[in-house]
Ligand binder design. Structure first.
Ligand code: HOZ
Length: 436
């Protein structure tokens, strides 16, 4: 059951609004990958969503596997979140003052995430990661930090170096506006390469404040950590009194209540989060060891602030979502659905004789169109045939399925996807792969 097999979908209204949007918004979009540039299509303007479905302004219905790039782990617009948000809106939308909701949110995160003893709320993942880097620098009194090639940690200056996500999707090798002085404190090494990390420490003795890593990379496509990689990072950081930061903006509450750190049993010093903990509202958070977190103002000298930090609507939505995720069986079911979709896709890719590498951790996955034997870092991810991905994207969209408009992002399965939705996706993928 492909939603629109054989139909010629019309996107007239989306096309008209995209044209109008370009007069007022750079590129017509408020975040670059949304422009569909690298997949050679025009963006679809959405109107509403529920469960596994989204509807565009032309009235087309899609089964959605983007999930707002991660937050929609329960599916779109769940009643549990809607009810809580409606209740909170009646009480107030922003106070710029403490609320009980923030305390409840902090407690929920501290109880669930092994490495977090204290947490500060912010308004986006970008804010969370840039604040975590500042805090690590303040704590260690060192200036440099290590990030991994193809890793994406938001768009603050020092983290844009060799970044994944939209940066690699649009092929922007280095970003004008990031000064050389800033970039020189960012040391870039290949993901999954612990020897390169050790070499970076040897070349920069007592200079490295932090390692920031996506414990499961999600912004060069999904790339799982090799066995021992995260443990190796922990060990190196301990040896050099360097702060280990897990960027769990995508993986936090996605791979289990304890995120990737709970799943792999490696505890970082600081953790950054976003997406899911806001239940679909703008949010971010960074937290970790009490001894480090207490260096933040107003206790310590490391300054960080935000008018909308801990916004009550975002807290209400996030808390409602975390409550739903805490119910028994949610993650087991997400794992089952992820594995079910993976096995279906493997089968149709092999039937179609297409060279692909499929990576999956829990409910996040990527089909890389590559004949490389495996994808373990940016170099291997970059062997992908992005034109073939673009053709696959278009085929899937025209059959009523939304996937990320980039080879270098994740596909997300949600609790709202039924087995019928997943079967339909696999059936559509079989058709798409045959005509590529
Ligand atoms: N940073 C997101 C992808 N990993 C993109 C979000 C968006 O464009 O909406």
């Amino acid at each position: 059951m492909s939603l629109h097999r054989g139909e010629n979908l019309e996107f007239n209204k989306s096309e008209a609004f995209f044209k109008a949007a370009q007069d007022f918004i750079p590129g017509g979009v408020n975040s670059p990958v949304r422009a569909f540039k690298s997949v050679g299509r025009q963006p679809v303007f959405y109107e509403r969503s529920k469960g596994s479905r989204v509807w565009d302004i032309d009235g087309n219905e899609f089964i959605d596997f983007v999930g707002s790039w991660g937050p929609m782990i329960l599916g779109h617009t769940p009643d549990a979140i809607l009810d809580r948000v409606k209740e909170q809106i009646g009480k107030g939308t922003s106070f710029g003052a403490p609320t009980i909701l923030e305390v409840e949110m902090a407690e929920a995160i501290v109880k669930a995430v092994p490495g977090v003893e204290m947490v500060r709320m912010v308004s986006s993942g970008t804010e969370a990661t840039m604040s975590a880097i500042r805090l690590a620098r303040g704590h260690t009194k060192r200036e440099k930090f290590i990030k991994f090639e193809g890793g994406y940690h938001g768009h603050s200056d020092s983290l844009l170096v060799a970044a994944g996500s939209g940066v690699v999707t649009l092929g922007i090798p280095s970003c004008p506006g990031v000064t050389e002085g800033t970039a020189q404190d960012t040391i870039v090494v290949p993901y999954n390469d612990i020897e390169a990390v050790k070499a970076a420490f040897a070349a920069n003795p007592e200079k490295i404040a932090a390692i920031i890593v996506e414990p499961v990379a999600g912004n060069m496509g999904v790339v799982p950590p090799k066995p021992g990689f995260l443990e190796g990072l922990r060990k190196v950081c301990d040896e050099h009194q360097t702060v280990l930061i897990f960027d769990e903006v995508i993986t936090g509450f996605r791979l289990g209540l304890g995120g990737a750190q709970g799943r792999y049993g490696v505890t970082p010093d600081l953790t950054t989060m976003g997406k899911i903990i806001g239940g679909g509202f703008p949010v971010g958070a960074f937290g970790g060891k009490r001894s480090i977190m207490e260096e933040l103002a107003p206790i310590g000298p490391v300054y960080q602030a935000g008018t909308l930090s801990g916004n009550p609507i975002a807290m209400a939505a996030g808390l409602a979502l975390l409550e739903e995720l805490s119910k028994p069986g949610v993650y087991e079911e997400l794992e089952r659905k992820g594995a079910y979709l993976e096995s279906g896709l493997r089968e149709v890719a092999s039937d179609a004789g297409k060279a692909t590498v499929l990576t999956r951790v829990g409910s996040m996955m990527t089909v890389f169109f590559t004949d490389a034997p495996e994808v373990v870092d940016w170099t291997t991810a970059a062997t992908s045939d992005t034109e073939m991905y673009a053709a696959y994207f278009g085929q899937m969209l025209d059959q009523g399925f939304t996937i990320a408009p980039s080879q270098f992002e994740a596909l997300f399965v949600s609790a709202a996807h039924t087995d019928e939705d997943l079967d339909a996706f696999v059936e559509a993928a079989a058709i798409a792969l045959k005509v590529l």
